[in-house]
Each structure stands twice: as C-alpha cells, then as structure tokens.
Design a binder for this molecule. Structure first.
Ligand SMILES: C[S@@+](CC[C@H](N)C(=O)[O-])C[C@H]1O[C@@H](n2cnc3c(N)ncnc32)[C@H](O)[C@@H]1O
Length: 428
C-alpha cells in the first residue's frame, strides 16, 4: 500500500518545479579558479532556478546528489496563514526533489541528510518522487554535537539514500577478503560427502599420508575421510572424499567444478581459494567481497574541525564532516568526469570531499555546488574575514582546501571551479 502525504500547497509545488525559469547562468570570472581548464562548477543563486537551468544541459546526467537541506527547526521559515511549520518545509523541499530526480542519471543516487523532525515526512515524499522501491537505505549517523531538550538528548541524525533505478545502481565498495571455515557445528546439519580435488593447498600440515584426520572429542566439526589424505609439497596429492557438516557445500562443489578458478558464491562475493588448514583438515574458504553501504555511521567527527584546519573556524554553523562525506561518496561508482551535485552546499564541504577523494585514488569526479548568496551579519567571523555572503565562504573553502590537498599530496587533480550566478536573461 502506498501512503501519499498531503499538505496545503503541495499541488503548487509540482507546477513550481515544472514551470521553466526565465533565468540563465552568468559567468563570474573574478571568483573562479582556473576558468579555462576546470570542469567543476559553483552556482550562486536559488537552487530552484539553478536546477531548472541545469536541466537544459545535465538532465539525467548527474550520478550523485548529496544534500543537507536546512533542517526544520521551526524557526527560520516564514509561514503563511493555515500552513503549518511542516507544510512550509515540505513546500520548500518537494519541488527541489522533483528537479533533483530530473537531473539524476539512471545509475545515479541521491543522499539526503535529515534529522528526526522531518525524517518520516521526507521518506514519504521521497517514496513518491523517486519510488518506494528505489529506497536504498536509511543511514543512522552519529552526531558530533548532541542536541538536548529538557527531557531528551538526541545523539544521531539520518541520511536517506534513494537511487533512480535499482537495476542500474551499483555500489563500488572497497575490496575485502573474508576467510571462513567450511564446517559448522549445527547438530541439525546434514553430512554430505564432497570430493576435494588434488592440488589444494594444505597449510600447517606436514607432508605425509593421513589415514585419519585429527578429531577433537565432542566436536561437531570433525571431518571424516573416506580414503587416505596424501599431502605432498604442502598440497593435496590425490583427490579425497570427505564427510562433514559443511557450511557451504554447494559453493564448494561449484568452485571445484570450475577447476578452482574464481567462482561467484551463492549469497555474495567470489570464492578465490579453498585450502586446508592444520591436521584436522578443516577447509577454509577465501572469498573476495565488496564492502557494502553500512546503515550505521558511528564515527564522531566534527565537521567544524575540518573548517578549523583551513583557518575558517566558526565561519559556518554545523558543516558536515569530510570523513563522513568521503565515506559515503566513495560507495558510489563515479567514473571519470561524472558529477557530484550539492544544491544546499553551505560551506562546500562536499566539494572538499570530492577533491580529497580524487587526490587519494586518482579519480576525476567533478562537483557542482549551488548556494543561495545569503547575506552574513557584520558580527560573524566570516564577515570579519571579508566574506559578505555564504557563497564567499564556500568558494574560499574550496580555494583553501585545494591548496592544502595540493601541499599535502602533490596530486595533480582539478582544483579549479567556474563560478556562475543565476540572473535574468539580458541582465548585466
Ligand atoms: C544545512 S546547510 C548545508 C551545510 C553543508 N552541508 C556544509 O557541510 O557546509 C544548508 C544550506 O542551504 C542553503 N540554502 C537554503 N535554501 C537554499 C536555496 N533555495 N538555494 C540554495 N541554497 C539554499 C543555506 O543557505 C545553507 O547554507
């Protein structure tokens, strides 16, 4: 059953998203870095206009969208008569999600940070916009700064992940090997016979002929051999039939039938090797798997510490941690030239994460940051350092982060970005 969330103003959101904008992008060369060569983009303006303009060139071309929209604290939005604080927030986010979907590529995914206030409503509207079947995961994210009320302490927030098309979406987790014993101790397990082919490695066993494997009294994992086990040059010299409570008998049979070449396992991963360890002749299965997207992020890094390292402490409230962004962006299989878009980019933490990932793995991911030029108060640290609006903070961060990455890694990646401003067509 699909639950559709209704609220005042919803219908207007759809037309707001689909109505074309009369605006265009105006280049701002003086704030840009390496204009002639860079492929990264920074857009100053309302993301509603900016995304409509991007549709002209980037429809279905964005592989990854990360956003950290303003959370609904109930304070910052001005609301009309009859509209609740929730409907105002939904009216803000809904048309932008519709546009985001137009930009996502078929194999793309959107990651949305959110707190408890709007999680369940956001989930319902994302189900509607992206399709409930395309919900990939809801991640619980540890919060560096806890939020206390008179009765509670909130220690975590969330990140919703949706893909455009589950058949095309692919996670590019880091490779890892797992090693597991091929026997189990379950009493109910059957004890089939499997023939182990000659040539298997025998680790920690002397060369010789074993008429019986070593048994551990009472163990359900003892192995019975139906013929002698001949070990020569630390390898099995003859085929041998063994009976035991096997954990993955079909996987082992498939691997042997495939002449011990890498073979996909039934559940996940690829079996690369099966070998015996010790004189109990317990086979071990070495499997190559790929790290999957975890639903729990426990690290407790403060995003403001990343800004402090750039000499920008207190310039921006609650930036996201670079380690967190890098971790989740790295699961998405971004090929050279593919884009990460952040249309609520704030201090441009996402741009720094993209550059750091590129410096680490030699990738050529590109970023597009969008940010409203919200004015800064004269009392703020960023204002005193010369910034007049949030875009100045984001752009300065990208410049400083680029210098730091270049200095520390020497990597030759794209450190530049082209700045554009949304403007009425024909405006100077
Ligand atoms: C929670 S902050 C994002 C922080 C960012 N993730 C970081 O780590 O620095 C949300 C940002 O969205 C910006 N924003 C709000 N409405 C916007 C709009 N309509 N278009 C573009 N940016 C907007 C706000 O100015 C704010 O900087």
């Amino acid at each position: 059953m699909n639950t559709t969330l209704m609220w005042p103003g919803k219908q207007e959101c759809v037309s707001m998203a689909e109505r074309p904008t009369k605006k265009c992008l105006q280049p701002v060369q003086e704030y840009s870095v390496d204009w002639d060569r860079t492929q990264n983009v920074y857009i100053e303006g309302d993301n509603l206009d900016a995304m409509k303009i991007l549709r002209r060139t980037h429809e279905r071309r964005i592989k990854c969208i990360y956003i950290d929209p303003p959370y609904n604290t109930g304070k910052s939005l001005v609301y009309k008569d009859g509209f609740s604080v929730h409907s105002e927030w939904l009216n803000m986010i809904y048309p932008r999600l519709i546009l985001a979907r137009h930009l996502l590529s078929d194999d793309g995914a959107i990651l949305i940070s959110i707190d408890d206030n709007e999680l369940h409503r956001l989930r319902l509207i994302c189900d509607e916009v992206f399709g409930a079947d395309h919900h990939v995961l809801t991640v619980v994210v540890n919060r560096a700064s806890e939020i206390a009320s008179s009765n509670t302490i909130s220690k975590h927030e969330y990140m919703l992940i949706y893909c455009r098309d589950k058949d095309c979406f692919k996670v590019d987790g880091m490779k890892k090997y797992t090693l597991s014993r091929a026997t189990v101790g379950n009493s109910g397990q059957t004890m089939p016979v499997i023939e182990f082919p000659k040539g298997l490695r025998c680790e920690g066993v002397e060369d010789g002929i074993y008429y019986e494997t070593r048994r551990v009294p009472g163990s359900r994992e003892n192995i019975e051999n139906l013929g002698p086990i001949v070990v020569k040059d630390a390898k099995l010299a003859e085929n041998v039939k063994l009976r035991a409570r096997w954990r993955s008998s079909n996987d082992m049979r498939r691997f042997f039938a495939n002449n011990c070449r890498p073979t996909p396992a039934k559940i996940s991963g690829v079996i690369e090797e099966i070998y015996f360890r010790g004189d109990r002749f317990v086979p071990y299965i070495k499997k190559l798997t790929f790290e999957k997207i975890p639903s729990l992020y426990l690290e407790n890094r403060r995003g403001s510490a990343d800004l402090e390292k750039l000499g920008m402490g207190n310039w921006f409230p609650f930036p996201k941690s670079i380690a967190f962004l890098k971790r989740y962006l790295s699961y998405l299989d971004l090929a050279d030239g593919e884009f990460v878009l952040d249309f609520f980019s704030g201090s441009a933490a996402t741009a720094q994460a993209v550059m750091e990932l590129n410096a680490e793995d030699g990738g050529m991911r590109r970023f597009i940051m969008i940010q409203l030029p919200e004015k800064l108060g004269p009392g703020s640290s960023a204002y005193q350092a010369g910034c007049r609006d949030i875009c100045h903070i984001g752009q300065e961060r990208i410049r400083r982060a680029a210098e730091k990455i270049k200095r520390e890694t020497g990597a030759e990646i794209d450190y530049g970005f082209k700045v554009y401003r949304t403007a009425e067509i024909g405006a100077e």
